[in-house]
Design a protein around this ligand. Sequence first.
Ligand SMILES: Cc1ncc(COP(=O)(O)O)c(C=O)c1O
Length: 418
Amino acid sequence: MTKCIVPAERTKYVTYAIRDIVVKAQQLEAKGKQILYLNIGDPPVYDFETPAELRQIVIDKIRQSNAGAKKNVSTYCDSMGIPEARQAIARHAVEDKGIKNITPGDVIISSGASEAITIAIAALIDPGNNIMTPSPGYPLYSGQIPVYHGEQNPYFLNEETGWQIDFDELERRVNDRTKAIVVINPNNPTGANYSKESILNILQFAEKYNLVVFADEIYDKLLIDGQRHISIASLSQSVPVVTFGGLSKNYIMPGWRVGWAIFHDPLKMMIDYREAINKLLRARLCSPHPQQYMIAPALDGDDGHLPEVIDKIRRRRDITFDMLNAIPGISCVKPGGAFYAFPQIQLPEGINDEQYVIELLEKTGVLVVYGKGFGQKPGTNHFRIVFLPDEDLLVRAYKLIGDFTEKFYDKYHFSPSR
Ligand SMILES: Cc1ncc(COP(=O)(O)O)c(C=O)c1O
């Protein structure tokens, strides 16, 4: 008799709404429906270009690769990454991000920030431990924690204060099994950027409860309206901070899988933890190699592509903010960074954001991601928009959302309060 292969129970908790919803969109597309993709934070899919000089570096490295070990381009590299890239990341951490005393030995290179994040979680938690994660926040964190038998411990961000951290909420959530707190700055999906005061409060909180801070700063160069990004580790005198970064977003190359982690450890509290991470890094050999040669030229370059990128993002953010807030029943906080908005939608009793988003997709072809995929306060409904598409497409999509929402409310005889 054939017996089914049973997957591990823990995989049940791994959800990733950003891609899960695409399956539905693809089914509709196969039936001829035109889909307006506002769901994935992948700039080159829209009119953003990976800088040509960086692409050329990788092409050259791959061409040289049949020269083999002598040229050191086709072999496995050091598990922590190639030396010149680690030097550049350390230099950039000190000179641009203001993090003190970082050396190349404090840097690891990974397949996207995702791999560094996953390894950092894997090396930290034992069954029953928890990590505090922002809610809403990027779902990789909340999805990976249960894989290592940890417990999710979301802290709710405050929409009324522009999605800032609520420090009373942190005090309510922390417990004696908490090992770390994740801070995503600027945040995905809200686009919030944190002030110096907030960052100092986070550090004080982490110090009080002996937590490692996981500072996800993958969008640190994508700030709108001249806002300044403050790296959490730059203000830490004593708290251990692991900062995640990479080329995916700032340098428009998500699929190239270039990320890293920087360890700031003023009181040398992470020596054993870092060795545990290094063991996991060695076990997976190394992250892809030719791409790592782009890191130094990218970080040492003049970021000439960024003004245009930020200008486009600002214009698209403004259209998003204005048009969504003009729709009765929808309200949206103005994002200050990254390229996401997380509007709230009022819905009739018994209907949730997933149902709204699926019906929106079926009726209009507009694809956004339901808020529950990122976590949100119980009783509230949201959806995430990626505002990377060009202005014409965004205007078209927001008109469709407006018309659809009006009809949706009519169907349920529902009147939004604003
Ligand atoms: C907050 C956040 N962290 C990490 C990642 C993963 O980045 P990478 O492409 O470097 O794996 C993303 C990707 O969207 C993200 O939004």
